[in-house]
Structures are given as C-alpha cells and as structure tokens.
Design a binder for this molecule. Structure first.
Ligand SMILES: Cc1cc2nc3c(=O)[nH]c(=O)nc-3n(C[C@H](O)[C@H](O)[C@H](O)COP(=O)(O)OP(=O)(O)OC[C@H]3O[C@@H](n4cnc5c(N)ncnc54)[C@H](O)[C@@H]3O)c2cc1C
Length: 400
C-alpha cells in the first residue's frame, strides 16, 4: 500500500506553498485572525478571491457550478496547506455538500459559484435551547403559506451568524410526523426581515492570537426568527426530508483538513514551544517524561491525519461513508484534550493564565488551547453522540 501522494499532487502542494509565501503576509494573517469577531476584512476577501481565481476552492465540485471536477484529495491538500497558516478555504461547511447532493438545479447554479468566490457564507442554524445532542427535538417551525413559508423559532450557537450571508436552517414542517421525519432545511438570506442575531460568548473570552491559529472561537450567537417570510424555493431537498439532507452534510463536514488540524496544531504548538524554551529553571525538552508524552501525542496526531485521509479517499472513490466522520470527530477532539492535559502538566498553574495576565506564557495561548479543546468535543456533534453513531453505523449495534 502506498500512502504517498502522486508527483502531480506533490507539485500542487509546492504551488500552494509558493502562493502562500508570496500572498499571505503577516498583515493578511492578522486581519484574518480577527475575521471570526469582525467578519472578513478587505485583505482577506482579496486573498480568498485570488485563491478562487486559481481554481483552488471546491476543486472536486462539478465544473458547471464553478468547481474543477477534480479530486477530493487535491482539495484536501490545498485546504491543508492554507489551514496550516490559518486561512480557511473549505467552502461553506455543511451547506455546499448538501446543496450538491439535494439542491435544485437553480440552487446549485446560484449558490455554488458564489460560495467559491467567497460571496456566500452560511451560518449553521441547527441547535436550539432544547435541542442540541437530541437535535431531532427541534421546535423552530416553518409553516407553508401559499408560495411562502413563515418561520418562527430560536436557534443557539449559530456560530458565524454575525457575518454570514445566509442561514442554513433546520425547521419543523410537520409537527404531527415522527420527530425525525417532519423536518426540512431552508437556505435563508440573513437580511430577511424578522431575523435577529445576538452574541453568545463562550469560555474562550476574547483571545488575541499570538502564536498560531489553534484557538476555539470566542463568539457564537443566538438567532431569533419572528414571522420570517421566505419563498418556498428556499427549501433544500424535499419537504420533511431535512433530517437526512442535514445529517449527510454534517457527516461530510466533520472530516477535512481544518478540522483535524485544529486538534493537531495544539500538539505542534506545545512541541515547538518546549523545543525552544526553558521554564522556571527547567528544560522540558530534556525531561524524559515530557519527551515520552509528546512523542505519544505526535503519534496520535498522525492517526488523526490518516483517519482524515481515509475519509477523503472513501469520498473520492464513491465509497460508503457512514461512521468514519463520527469516528474522527471522537478521536481528533479527544486528542486535542489529551494534548492540553499534557500542557497543563508541563506548565503547571501557568497553563491557566490567559492573555492580559502579566505572567501568561505566550500571551495565554496555552490557556486558550485548554478551553478550546473542550469546546471542540461538543461543537458539530458531541463526542458522546458521535460514539453512539459509531456503535450503530460502524458496529451494527441497536439504537440505544
Ligand atoms: C463553540 C460552539 C460552536 C457551535 N456552533 C454551532 C453552529 O454553528 N450551529 C449549530 O447549529 N450548533 C452549534 N453548536 C452547538 C453544538 O452542536 C451543541 O452544543 C451540541 O450538539 C450539544 O448540544 P447541547 O449544547 O444542547 O448539549 P446537550 O444536548 O444538553 O448535551 C450535554 C452533554 O450531554 C451529552 N449527551 C446528551 N445526550 C446524550 C446521550 N443520549 N448519550 C450520551 N451523552 C449525551 C452530550 O454529549 C453533552 O456532552 C456549537 C457549540 C459550541 C460549543
């Protein structure tokens, strides 16, 4: 078995690295790091446009929708190179795969090229105050009224809603049906009257980004929908089939370069720091226990990467993709948590000092990594729920 890339793929990696060296300046990175709080700035938009012009966004999407009709592995390689420097070029989360699979021709023509050009960004409107792990209990209602739906409800943790152009919304369209069956997905412009976005701050507070890109996000949102009238053409897929459309998109979105790098970069941050720093009269890089633990974490990091590549390869070859994304969504965030536990063992109480504290190491990056690692075990499907999916879909066990 050959785990290597083809010469053409190696050349693509080099081409991307060269582009990054020439175009991703510290100023662009500083602006992009604020993107989560403030939305994309002009430098970031210009960079994303250049990346799109090179044909590097949605490489595997069909040509008629602006993609290259190319390989999913190529797309992964490009995403990985950019994710390493903190630039996300993944497309639009779950939205794009779901539109490709279930969208009408008109929706594909409208959304996909605009996603590629960075003009459309989705906020994922699934979770509600009473429907998180048990998402199928969601209460947000969409009622058909002639050529429209009228939507009412509340969403929680809608992470990019404050800069998104569209809401990728899950709502109940048939309250009488069994709970998984009366749900539909809608693609709703954020500027539709009746939508209100309020910030919801997480335990990450408001970190600066001194070292890498490994923070979790500080801001997410609550979204309120009050008598939001949308054309019936906003529905994605068939009415009441939204559970299946949404689950497929989410499963695909759980795998990919940026997601695995989120965990692995925390690992690399601590390894790089330990290699270059003494601490309180102690040289951690020469301590056998620290070396042993960091080597073990690095091995786990390679497993994260291989799991991601296996999923990519399955998608590439049209294979059945059922539990693999869930398995990764367990292993990778938990690797992140193990990494941050190691950080707290190596740095002791200093690992808890956040940015702003005079004694904070690297302006608190490791403290934020500890908090961010715990978040990644919850967002996009918690590890407990993912384990249950592996048990059912991977091991064929009965529903619990
Ligand atoms: C930073 C962040 C960003 C997020 N971004 C988004 C977003 O953009 N869009 C969106 O829609 N959602 C988003 N979420 C929401 C996320 O998907 C939910 O938080 C998650 O599904 C868990 O739901 P909950 O918070 O309501 O917890 P609960 O459902 O109340 O669960 C609490 C705990 O109990 C466990 N648990 C619950 N049921 C079971 C069970 N049957 N078996 C075993 N354990 C169980 C869970 O695993 C969890 O650990 C985000 C969350 C976070 C933290």
């Amino acid at each position: 078995m050959d785990f290597g890339f083809t010469p053409r793929q190696e050349a693509l990696k080099q081409e991307v690295r060269q582009f990054i060296a020439e175009n991703v300046s510290p100023e662009v990175l500083a602006e992009a790091a604020k993107g989560w709080e403030e939305g994309r700035g002009p430098r970031t938009r210009e960079l994303l446009k250049k990346i799109a012009d090179r044909g590097w966004v949605g490489i595997s999407w069909p040509k008629e929708y602006g993609g290259q009709g190319g390989s999913r592995i190529d797309q992964y390689l490009v995403e990985e190179e950019f994710a390493r420097v903190g630039i996300g070029v993944g497309g639009a989360g779950s939205g794009a795969p779901a539109i490709l699979a279930a969208g009408t021709e008109e929706q594909k023509q409208y959304f996909l090229p605009r996603i590629i050009r960075g003009e459309i960004v989705f906020g994922l409107g699934f979770t509600e105050p009473q429907a998180g792990a048990d998402l199928a209990s969601l209460q947000c209602r969409a009622v058909r009224d002639g050529d429209e739906y009228v939507v009412n409800g509340q969403k929680m943790f809608t992470s990019s809603a404050h800069f998104a152009t569209h809401l990728y919304l899950m709502a109940r369209t048939d309250p009488e049906a069994p709970k998984h069956k009366g749900i539909s997905i809608f693609l709703i412009p954020m500027d539709t009257p009746g939508i209100t976005v309020r910030p919801l701050w997480t335990i990450q507070s408001n970190p600066t980004a001194p070292l890498g890109t490994t923070y979790g996000q500080a801001r997410t949102n609550e979204v309120f929908l009050e008598d939001v009238h949308v054309p019936a053409s906003c529905i994605l897929g068939e009415e009441n089939m939204g559970w299946y459309v949404g689950a497929m998109g989410l499963n695909l979105d759980r795998v990919g370069a940026s997601r695995y790098l989120l965990s692995v970069s925390r690992d690399e941050d601590i390894i790089n720091w330990v290699k270059e720093n003494d601490f309180q009269g102690f040289t951690p890089a020469q301590d056998p226990a620290v070396r042993d633990r960091l080597a073990e974490l690095w091995i786990e990091a390679q497993v994260c990467r291989l799991m991601t590549l296996r999923s990519m390869s399955l998608v590439e070859h049209g294979g059945k993709f059922t539990y693999e994304g869930s398995a990764e969504k367990v292993f990778s965030p938990e690797h992140g948590v193990r990494t941050t536990e190691t950080i707290t063992q190596v740095l002791g109480p200093y690992a808890q000092l956040m940015n702003g504290s005079p004694e904070a190491i690297e302006d608190g990056i490791f403290a934020h990594n500890v908090l961010g690692a715990f978040q990644s075990g919850i967002n996009h499907g918690s590890v407990q729920v993912m384990r249950d999916q592996v048990a059912r879909r991977g091991l064929g066990m009965p529903r619990s």
